[in-house]
Design a protein around this ligand. Structure first.
Ligand code: C5P
Length: 247
């Protein structure tokens, strides 16, 4: 584990992929015992704005704000300063925005939180989206394999002040080996054994993902579409917390 939190946070992050804040709060409330952190992505943030963050924080959750920021360095820095006001635990930026952009984001959150006393969000870099494959990369002018590109961006992110990375189950182990223990790894595409994959191209069980070096697991539909979300979350949490570090 790259960092310790006080108090320790459970490793499951519940993805609230809905535009409806009431529905999001209802499902999050059903797994309150198993989940400390919820993911608010572009969909919920676009629909409900900062109210979504405020309400879920009032409900007792930490927020992983997954907006995958990418723009010129000055604009991303300004957005980061503004988002610090909402005090998310984690905030994602897109590593394809480049080194200057990531450094500007890191300096912005450090500066803003230093000036105001707000809690500094952890900056988490997104590398290659899971919707990309070799052909998609080629079409945007990148001749390398997905793994080569992910590893290149992961090292760039580490050297540009990011605190962590989002890694698919395919990439968690090689990225952990490449970047070392210092970075937080947040892994989506996690499924209980035998569950359907939905549109996830590659999935891992909670135990496999943690064994590969993940610190947090982002789980959506296996929990949100279940008739018994608390039971599913509890069993995934139990699997995730019987972890090993031998990778
Ligand atoms: O598939 P699930 O509902 O568990 O998705 C959880 C998160 O995983 C989503 O919020 C999204 O960020 C990510 N995801 C992904 N690739 C997909 C589908 C979802 O990275 N194909």
């Amino acid at each position: 584990m790259a960092m310790t939190f006080e108090p320790a946070l459970k490793p499951l992050i519940l993805a609230l992929d809905t535009p409806d804040l009431d529905a999001a709060r209802r499902i999050a409330g059903r797994v309150r015992e198993q989940v400390d952190i919820v993911k608010i992505g572009l969909q919920l943030f676009s629909a409900e704005g900062r109210v979504a963050i405020d309400r879920l924080k009032q409900d007792g959750f930490e927020v992983f704000l997954d907006l995958k920021l990418i723009d010129i360095p000055n604009t991303v820095a300004a957005a980061c300063r503004a988002l610090c006001e909402y005090e998310p635990l984690m905030l994602t930026v897109h590593t394809m925005g480049g080194q200057e952009m990531m450094r500007a984001a890191a300096a912005a959150v450090a500066g803003k939180c230093g000036e105001t006393g707000l809690r500094r969000p952890l900056l988490i870099g997104v590398t290659v989206l899971t919707s990309f494959d070799l052909l998609t990369l080629k079409k945007v002018g990148i001749p390398d394999s997905v793994e080569e590109e992910v590893l290149r961006l992961a090292v760039l992110a580490r050297d540009s002040g990011m605190d962590g990375l989002v890694t698919s189950p395919l990439e968690t182990l090689p990225v952990r080996r490449e970047v070392g223990e210092e970075m937080l790894l947040v892994t989506p595409g996690v499924r209980p054994k035998g569950a359907k994959k939905d549109d996830q191209k590659r999935v891992a069980s909670p135990r496999e993902a943690m064994r590969d070096g993940a610190d947090f697991l982002v789980v959506g539909r296996p929990i949100t579409t279940s008739e018994q979300p608390a039971e599913v979350a509890a069993s995934m949490l139990e699997e995730a917390t019987t972890r090993t570090t031998d990778y």
